[in-house]
Design a protein around this ligand. Sequence first.
Ligand code: G3P
Ligand code: CA
Length: 242
Amino acid sequence: MKTIVFAHRGASKLAPENTMPAFELALEMGADGIETDVQLTKDQIPVLIHDENVRRTTDGTGFVQDYTFEEIKNLDAGSWFSEKFSGTTIPSLEEFLRWVKGKNLKINLEIKNNIIDYKDIETIIYDHLKTHNLTDRTVISSFNSKSIKHFSHLEESITTGFLTSQKMKDLIDYAKDQGANGLHIKYRLLSRSLIEHAHNHNLYVAVFTVNRPLQIKRCFHLKCDGIFTDVPNIAKQIQESV
Ligand code: G3P
Ligand code: CA
């Protein structure tokens, strides 16, 4: 099967990560899917932002969980990247799902609860996906195995990927035990034997974050099931040429 090219936080090399302009650009560049990070505001609204703290990617300070949705919407999430994007806001999951619904794109929602344990984040996300009838083209991923387990119990048919950047002795058995359908691994963990081993155990393998042409090529060559890249335009060009 063809490797799925996910735009990592959208087309985040050329637009501010995890914003609607980055998602729109990813679509224009021909990405097969979009990866984005989900956290909860104080009033439990799922929003798309990578860090627990808003400092790096907005003009605000402090933690996502200490902002109400109305407050977080007042932050500028584009100017830090370029003045061209000034006035861009942090999208809610709802806003993203409404946009992605009519598009031919896969969705990867990463639950960012490895540092903050957001109460009920799994069921909140699941309810949104059900409402929009998007469970069948969504992959849920997390570094937190509790969330993978939780999701695989919520609905067996939803695809889940266990994220890891660490070498783990029993990675495949561990991921299977959590009910994961796949492994989302850091590029340095990639090897032909890991792919074969995972496939033999019915687990798919997706690799992050792959931006260098030679690394992208290697992922295609090894028949990875998915890659996460900040440069989906380059990845798609390479894919067409191999
Ligand atoms: O989902 C792959 C990748 O996004 C995980 O790492 O830190 O970019 O969220 P990070
Ligand atoms: Ca992520």
